[in-house]
Design a protein. Structure first.
Length: 208
């Protein structure tokens, strides 16, 4: 079942990656050029956005994959002549079995869906002050995960089951009783909004 899910997710990633590069959030962006880059077993997509006059509006990097064996991974803030790393796409580190800790850089804003899913060895994660979105199932079934440290003062948007595991016996997603989510201000992450996924993690929050 897990292999089928992985194949389906990989197919979805291929489609969403193509459309993500084609899509624009800035109305002035007319064209995007994309090239790939591999550094220390991390695969990046370097995206250059141009307006209708051909002027470069922005250049940034997305992490699109990883093929290494590091146990303690630190992602750099910039790559390839000072280009900022701003996002991790869906499934980028999915099913990696060696990484035990990962530090994500300042400047990163988005952690994609399933990007760290099913990483059985992952124990500790550090997210920067700049993160604004943690996608659905981003850390799903990371059964060893005990510490998530988030430096963002304002709580980022949180997707469905981002830090949960699937309990096949009870047939539902659950939060590990051993998980601690360390944040700058517990009050800022606490909510009574039933539509805000952070409401499920209230008792797991610890002030850093």
């Amino acid at each position: 079942m897990k292999k089928i899910l992985k194949l389906a997710l990989c197919a979805l990633l291929a489609l969403t990656t193509v459309f993500a590069f084609a899509a624009c959030t800035d109305k002035d962006v007319l064209e995007e050029e994309v090239k790939t880059l591999s550094l220390s077993n991390v695969e990046y997509a370097i995206v250059t956005q141009k307006n209708k006059e051909g002027k470069v509006i922005d250049t940034y990097a997305k992490i699109i994959g990883y093929d290494g064996q590091e146990q303690n991974l630190i992602i750099p803030q910039t790559v390839d002549d000072n280009i900022p790393v701003k996002a991790i796409v869906n499934l980028a580190f999915y099913d990696n079995k060696t990484i035990k800790s990962v530090v994500l850089p300042e400047g990163l804003t988005t952690v994609g869906a399933f990007s760290f899913g099913y990483m059985d060895s992952l124990i500790r994660v550090e997210l920067p002050s700049t993160v604004i979105e943690i996608g659905e199932y981003a850390f799903i079934n990371c059964t060893a995960l005990k510490e998530v440290r988030i430096a963002a003062v304002k709580r980022p948007k949180l997707g469905e089951a981002a830090f949960k595991f699937y309990n096949s016996k009870d047939k539902q997603y659950q939060i590990s009783p051993y998980l601690e989510i360390k944040v700058p201000d517990i009050d800022a992450y606490s909510t009574t909004d039933v539509h805000d996924k952070w409401i499920e993690y209230g008792r797991f929050l610890k002030e850093a």
